[in-house]
Design a protein around this ligand. Structure first.
Ligand code: B12
Ligand code: SF4
Ligand code: SF4
Length: 397
């Protein structure tokens, strides 16, 4: 197939070519191939995300991106996808469910001796899973449209995935800033294939949060500072995954037993009552994480941590952040002799100042609790969360 140079000099695939003539049929086929490859939904949008500019700039000006400097770089490419991959004229947006069976949200969150890990991170790293499927989808399309030029993205580049997903009809951006869908809730990943074929566009999704504000009021650290606006500096997901070094004291209690990510804003979302469990075995929980106690994870050596987290997104945070997060959860737990002695042993051989500080804090918390056993560990807000999950998501509680 030949390529034409249109007036702006770009090389979009030649729509007059017979192999690409019926773009509507091709778009329908792409959706069917995408579903066969394990994506629950596939949509197509154009590349104009320029309307996000004022909101993105305001987000960066307020410093809501915390230490994630990469969000402030390449803003021009974020707002103009064709700058990221030349000749792109359409984006195929996909979503893939990740909620594992027997999520046990409430049981896990109310057991303060157990580690809570965000459900997206219990299995294999989604970047790998999604990217390889997107590549397969690209190759499949190319078999039918030789001039196709494509590039897959999953988190990996300056791409406004929510805005694109909304334009492609996959769901709207909720007040918690995640993409959600009337039929599927929000337990899914997003990915994109940038392409140079002018496929017909899907209708964009309509905002449907209505008057609900459940995610805003349940957030343990008040990180959703206004509807649709998240201050990452306060978000437990950011603090446990992206943030390096000392976690500010002010957030430690609110973290509870969450040692990697946080799901609270999604747990209270009424649309997740209809969410489907994933069929992808890759996203099922790794055995060593299922119902794991804080102590068992804290006592993993660095080598064991690296071995066990091979292929998992958790590996990315590194051993120091892993131990830091676990020690905070141990400090938050009710008094337990095993927890206290484990922390004391770790402190005696800690070399990192960051870890020493966290271990000392956690030991002090444990000792305070030992001296005041009647003092409640759980907050009313946390109890409320557990009740909402038990009532709203009985299958996943
Ligand atoms: C950086 C990042 C984070 C950061 C910051 C998130 C944030 N909201 O800023 C942190 C570490 C906190 C994070 C956390 C999580 N993340 Co994250 N994250 C990303 C990443 C890499 C970039 C997001 C981004 O560009 N943020 C920058 C801001 C500017 O973008 P935005 O949030 O879309 O901001 C828009 C709105 O704020 C809006 N806006 C601003 N002001 C206003 C005002 C009004 C009135 C309106 C209408 C709109 C509006 O305009 C902004 C610009 O478009 C994306 C992948 C990607 N490339 O998109 C994944 C991604 C968003 N994360 C994902 C996930 C799963 C999570 C977690 C659920 C993980 C967990 N369980 O711990 C949490 C959820 C926290 C939350 N409530 O958002 C998924 C979400 C899937 C989905 N269904 O939406 C994504 C898409 C990754 C993927 N490929 O699947 N994440
Ligand atoms: S992930 Fe947790 S901390 Fe972050 S906004 Fe949602 S509820 Fe708040
Ligand atoms: S909890 Fe309510 S406000 Fe928040 S995203 Fe869900 S529907 Fe929207």
């Amino acid at each position: 197939m030949s390529l034409i140079n249109s007036t702006n000099g770009s090389a979009h695939a030649n729509v007059n070519d017979s192999s690409c003539l019926d773009l509507l049929a091709l778009a329908n086929n792409i959706k069917a191939w995408g579903k066969a490859l394990g994506f629950q939904q596939v949509g197509v949008c154009d590349i104009d995300v320029s309307q996000q500019k004022p909101m993105l700039e305001a987000y960066l000006e307020k410093g809501y991106h915390a230490s994630m400097d990469y969000l402030a770089r390449n803003v021009d490419k974020r707002l103009a996808p064709e700058k990221l991959h030349p000749n792109t004229c359409r984006i195929i947006s996909v979503r893939m469910n990740y909620l594992p069976p027997e999520a046990q949200f409430a049981n896990n969150l109310k057991n303060d001796k157990q580690a809570y890990i965000s459900r997206y991170a219990l299995g294999r790293d989604y970047h790998k899973v999604m990217r390889s499927r997107l590549k397969k989808l690209g190759e499949r399309i190319k078999q039918h449209c030789e001039a196709l030029d494509y590039r897959p993205f999953v988190d990996s580049a300056p791409v406004l995935e929510h805005a694109i997903a909304q334009k492609a009809g996959l769901g709207w951006t909720g007040k918690h800033t995640l993409t959600l869908n009337e039929e599927a809730g929000s337990w899914f990943f997003l990915g994109e294939l940038f392409v140079n074929i002018p496929l017909p566009l899907d209708e964009s999704a309509q905002e449907n949060c209505g008057t609900c504000t459940a995610c805003i009021s349940i957030c343990p650290t008040q990180a959703i500072v206004a509807p649709y606006q998240l201050d990452a500096r306060r978000c437990i997901s950011y603090l446990t995954i992206e943030h390096k070094g000392v976690i500010p004291l002010v957030y430690r209690k609110a973290m509870g037993n969450r040692i990697y990510g946080c799901d609270d804003c999604q747990l209270v979302c009424p649309w997740n009552r209809y969410a489907e469990v994933t069929q992808e075995k890759d996203f099922f929980a790794k055995e060593f994480l299922q119902g794991a106690s804080l102590v068992s994870l804290f006592e993993l050596t660095k080598l064991e941590f690296l071995e066990k987290t091979q292929g998992s997104p958790i590996r990315r945070i590194g051993y120091e952040s892993w131990q830091r997060n676990l020690s905070i959860a141990m400090g938050n737990a009710g008094f337990d002799e095993q927890i206290l002695s484990s922390l004391q042993r770790a402190l005696s051989c800690a070399v990192s100042d960051v870890l020493k500080e966290h271990f000392e804090w956690a030991i002090a918390e444990q000792k305070t609790r030992k001296a005041n056993p009647e003092k409640a560990v759980s907050t009313r807000q946390h109890e409320r969360l557990i009740r909402i999950v038990q009532k709203g998501l009985p299958r996943d509680a």
